[in-house]
Design a protein around this ligand. Structure first.
Ligand SMILES: [Zn+2]
Ligand SMILES: [Zn+2]
Length: 230
């Protein structure tokens, strides 16, 4: 009995050792697996980041394509606008040709018979032509102003001279000056307008005259201080 017990004790000891070494082996394997899982995970994160970057790049390309399309559309509009303008100019040239014919006729008639009716008609034509040009110039100014506003974004319409579309400023050239009719335009535009009608200025918006002299500019035309201080 004593011997049998000894035998069991011995075999138990050797079994424990065997299990312990197996356990060590398994733990080692487990560590290896854990490490490869971790590296797999980090690779996954990298792939995910790459995917995100790729997606963002794609969005960027798409936006670029949209922008390019818009630019193309703008260019097309500009081209169309130019074509329209060209055909308007061609019509103008036609009208001017007729005008010259009328003027020639008038000149030849003046030499022989003076006809006040022809002269009156001629003057009327001239006036209507001038009015047409004035309206067209105003339209172009409005367009220029709109374009300027778009470009400068936050600049308000009332801070720009409606003739040249430059911003008013407290300088000699860009000072806002009030005409007798109440319209405000910049000083450099006033000087240009004054050159057309000496001693007075005709408002480009309503044709109202304002008395004006170069030396008394501060008396004739008040500065619009409200506009300057807004
Ligand atoms: Zn006016
Ligand atoms: Zn101006």
């Amino acid at each position: 009995m004593q011997r049998l017990f000894k035998f069991f004790k011995k075999s138990d000891k050797s079994n424990t050792k065997k299990f312990e070494s197996e356990l060590d082996q398994l733990e080692l394997e487990n560590d290896g697996l854990r490490q490869s899982l971790a590296s797999e995970r980090s690779r996954n994160v990298d792939l995910h980041t790459n995917l995100e970057n790729e997606r963002e790049a794609q969005i960027g390309y798409r936006l670029q394509a949209i922008q390019e399309n818009e630019n193309f559309e703008k260019l097309r509009m500009i081209q169309k606008h130019r074509n329209d303008k060209n055909s308007a100019l061609e019509k103008d040239i036609e009208a001017n040709k007729k005008h010259i014919e009328a003027f020639k006729l008038l000149a030849s008639n003046c030499g022989t018979v003076f006809d006040p009716e022809i002269l009156k008609k001629f003057l009327k034509d001239e006036e209507s032509q001038r009015e047409k040009y004035r309206l067209r110039t105003m339209k172009a100014r409005k367009m220029l102003q709109k374009a300027q506003e778009k470009k400068e974004g936050d600049q308000k319409a009332w801070s720009l001279c409606e003739v040249c579309a430059f911003q008013f400023a407290d300088t000699e050239k860009q000072a806002p000056r009030v005409l007798a009719c109440g319209h405000t335009i910049c000083q450099s535009c006033i000087i240009k307008l004054a050159a057309q009608t000496p001693g007075k200025i005709k408002c480009p918006f309503d044709r109202v005259s304002t008395h004006w002299s170069d030396r008394e500019i501060d008396i004739c035309l008040q500065k619009n201080l409200t506009l300057l201080h807004l």
